[in-house]
Design a protein around this ligand. Structure first.
Ligand code: G3I
Length: 376
């Protein structure tokens, strides 16, 4: 039960932050002074006040090579996730070799700054090393998968908040039973590869929250609804078989042209809660490839999506982490060739602009975090 004082505090914080955001959003060309988002005004400070985890995907070379990037990450986040550094492709230069340098850098940075780390990921059909196809067979796939998980999860034992154990195993478009994705793991290990990965991860490190992570499960569009159902069935089956799973990651790569996420996702989160599972928003960003208008109009539309989405998600008590996929538009996968805007302008998809100044999305995200108490 909230006290009157808590109510007033939340309302005051919300009103002040909102006023700043509106002012900032109205400014074209960003000629006015940049609002101070350090210390008590940081996203991290607001999240800490509500017991929420907030953070972003990071790149080790930038943490060590760019003080401004490292400063921003540590000022705004209480949890980090490697964007690529813990994937097979980064860790496994050869079948008999591991290279932990990037992953170690991130874990050391987090530890030095008292931040948590999510591991991403132990088993995925993408970012597989070039040697994989010629080396992994039906005869050795189980052993290679379990050995990888034991080695990697074992190295970071006791140091991680959570692991994305299996990433993106569901894809109804593959046309296979139970909505399983056609992937090398399914083909070489068999349909129990998901269970195997989770059981092995738990044995290697009992500490982290073991997470199944997937995308395109946010909106009520028919294909996303179908995918969400298949994810739910997968997780339900795992629970029934006693497979150790603690959380589901909703990647949350939102697109401006898609319908706003709503009832379907809310029901999904609630159903997972009934199963005793947590939900993390693991890779939030807003693809604005198709958005037209001036920069300030685009920024306002993007900010609205951040605000509405995060407000909806943090109102659910089992959602306790929100991570964006990167922190600055300077480094985002959405500026890669496949996602580039037709007008050639860079995407404005993350809370900080390419020059590290806060975008309206930052204030929207911070306001949304502040609704946490009000929503519970
Ligand atoms: O590091 C090499 C570099 O040496 C080389 O010169 C360059 C040439 O293409 O490639 C670089 O590697 C790229 C890597 O990102 C680092 O920038 C890979 O080609 C590229 O495929 C890789 O893309 C990543 C992608 O996952 C595949 O692993 C993206 O950065 C990363 O944002 C993206 O993240 C995924 C999540 O893991 C899962 N959910 C979806 C999300 C977005 O696709």
């Amino acid at each position: 039960m909230k006290t009157r004082r808590e109510f007033l505090r939340v309302a005051a914080v919300g009103a002040a932050a909102s006023a700043t955001q509106h002012l900032w959003a109205e400014q074209t060309g960003r000629t006015a002074a940049v609002p101070d988002v350090s210390g008590a005004n940081s996203l991290q400070a607001h999240a800490d006040a509500h017991g929420l985890l907030v953070g972003c995907a990071v790149v080790p070379e930038k943490l060590t090579g760019e003080p401004e990037y490292a400063g921003l990450v540590s000022a705004q986040s209480n949890i980090l996730v490697p964007e690529n550094a813990m994937k097979w492709k980064a860790l496994r230069p050869a079948p008999d070799k591991f290279n932990f340098s990037g992953a170690d850098t991130i874990v050391a940075f987090a530890s030095a700054h008292g931040r948590k780390v999510r591991g991403h990921n132990l088993c995925w059909h993408v970012a597989i090393p070039d040697w994989f196809a010629a080396t992994v067979t039906k005869d050795n796939a189980r052993q290679i998968l379990t050995e990888h998980i034991r080695t990697v999860a074992g190295r970071y034992a006791g140091k991680l908040h959570s692991w994305d154990v299996v990433n993106e195993a569901i894809d109804p478009k593959s046309g296979l039973p139970n909505g399983m994705r056609k992937s090398p793991w399914l083909e070489l290990v068999g349909p129990d590869y998901v269970d195997l990965a989770f059981r092995t991860a738990r044995e290697a490190d009992p500490a982290p929250l073991l997470t199944y992570n997937d995308y395109a499960i946010e909106t009520d569009a028919p294909d996303e609804t179908e995918k969400r159902e298949a994810v739910l069935a997968l997780v339900r089956g795992m629970k029934k078989r006693g497979v150790p799973i603690d959380a589901v990651g909703v990647q949350s790569h939102l697109k401006t042209q898609n319908p706003a996420p709503g009832k379907g996702l809310r029901d999904f989160v609630r159903e997972l809660r009934q199963m005793g599972l947590r939900v993390f928003v693991t890779e939030l960003d807003v693809d604005e490839k198709k958005l037209e208008g001036s920069e300030s109009e685009r920024d306002a539309a993007i900010a609205r999506i951040y605000r509405d989405y995060v407000t909806m998600m943090v109102a659910e008590p089992n959602v306790d982490a929100v991570l964006t996929w990167g922190i600055t538009d300077r480094y985002t996968w959405l500026n890669g060739p496949k996602w580039a805007r037709p007008d050639g302008k860079p995407q404005r998809c993350l809370p900080f602009y390419a020059d590290y100044e806060p975008a309206p999305a930052f204030f929207a995200l911070r306001d949304a975090v502040d609704t946490r108490l009000a929503g519970r």
